[in-house]
Design a protein around this ligand. Structure first.
Ligand SMILES: [Zn+2]
Length: 401
């Protein structure tokens, strides 16, 4: 057995590990680097067509984003993942391909004006679709022999719907070796998702540690309590609560909390307040969760479902699919919640909502995720008094939480 680290070493994002066992080349994750690139990923030491299969821990782009590039360069083997991860990858890789295509189009137009050749996208939506056709689903805890002598098993790691740690058992020359790839590990007592499940044994563990230098603290924050307070205070001022959120994962968590707030009537005087999910991918990811709840849900969520309650559905929930629907949201003066992507405010529809709400002292922009250095989200969290959006300077008067 031989393991080569091709990414996410000495930095975060871009996870890829090449495991050679029983004469097969097994790739574990094939992620795209995101944010500031401190260390270039090591180039692939073999041809893409020599990779026999890929194991995917979870759907985040920093673990899957280059899969369509593998396909484009000749990889045709199976990609193993849980059913939910497979469904999420379908929408997330499409979305990533769409970004690659628009990016290339924009660069091509720029080049044309300079008399330079067109720019090819890294991969296309067709590559992403073809990649998705290679996915093979595995249930949690199911053991499957993927090659003679190589068995894999996926265990729920509670990081994202469908996320898994992957255990690979290889029998070589009469010797059994167990290696575990943790993938990103979830926190305890999160909404919707199960707590990370334990692995029983391993000879080697490759563990991701994105936030390894930060302590989460022993006490569980009161998410519902603090969200209730923010909604109450903002609505009483007549403002909107704008939540920049990752479309997959965090958006569904927010829906879960708001459903609880509404169900218990915690916000007073604003009955039936509207909540917009303004992110096409956020809407699709919510559908994926609705279809795969049995695979991912924790006990509390299952109890709700058994009682006939959809954990992420409530009165007043509205979706904006088209750009026109998105623009109409700010025409309505009713105090409301707007959940929109991207989570770090560096792209997407959230920027329109920031433009309409940042200058309003009655509104709140509520950050619910980590903001990387260099993003608009980070400058707002750090207390910027003015920001630039669509070439316009916008005064920051809204509450930033
Ligand atoms: Zn992740």
């Amino acid at each position: 057995m031989k393991l080569t680290f091709l990414g996410a070493a000495r930095e975060v994002a871009g996870s890829r590990f090449l495991l050679e066992a029983c004469g097969k080349n097994i790739m574990v994750d094939y992620g795209m680097e995101q944010g500031v690139d401190l260390f270039a990923n090591t180039p692939l030491p073999i041809m893409e067509s020599q990779i026999d299969c890929v194991l995917v821990t979870h759907a985040h782009i920093d673990h899957t984003g280059y899969l369509p590039l593998l396909y484009k360069n000749g990889f045709r083997g199976p990609v193993y993942a849980t059913e939910t991860t497979s469904d999420l990858c379908k929408i997330m890789l499409q979305d990533s391909a769409h970004i690659q295509e628009s990016d290339a189009e924009w660069k091509t137009r720029k080049n044309q004006r300079k008399g330079l050749p067109p720019v090819e996208p890294l991969y296309t939506q067709a590559d992403a679709l073809a990649t998705h056709a290679l996915f093979r689903s595995l249930a949690y805890k199911e053991s499957r022999e993927i090659f003679p002598g190589v068995t894999i098993r996926m265990v729920d790691v509670g990081h994202l719907m469908g996320s898994a740690s992957i255990e690979v058992t290889a029998n070589e020359d009469g010797q059994e070796t167990v290696i575990v790839f943790s993938g990103d590990i979830g926190n305890l007592r999160q909404p919707l998702l199960r707590d990370p499940q334990y692995m029983q044994r391993a000879d080697y563990v490759v563990m991701e540690s994105t936030y390894g230098d930060r302590s989460h603290g022993a006490e569980q924050p009161d998410y519902v309590g603090s969200l209730t307070k923010t909604l109450q205070e903002t609505f009483d001022r007549g403002g909107n609560v704008v939540i920049p959120s990752f479309a997959v994962g965090r958006t569904q968590e927010m829906l879960y909390f708001i459903r609880e707030i509404k169900q218990k009537g915690l916000v007073k005087g604003h009955d039936g307040f509207p909540v917009y999910v303004d992110s096409p991918m956020g809407i699709e990811a919510t559908n994926v969760l609705n279809e795969n709840t049995l695979e991912c849900a924790d006990e509390e969520t299952m109890a709700l479902i058994k009682a006939g309650v959809n954990p992420i559905q409530f009165d007043g929930l509205r979706i904006a699919r088209t750009a026109d629907e998105s623009k109409l949201i700010n025409d309505d003066p009713t105090p409301k919640v707007i959940i929109s992507a991207s989570g770090m405010c560096d792209a997407g529809r959230i920027r329109h909502h920031l433009k309409h709400n940042l200058w309003r002292p009655e509104s709140t922009v509520l950050f619910v995720g980590y903001q990387s250095v260099g993003t608009l989200g980070r400058s707002l969290v750090d207390g910027a008094k003015k920001v630039k959006l669509f070439g316009e300077t916008i005064q920051v008067a809204a509450h930033i939480e």
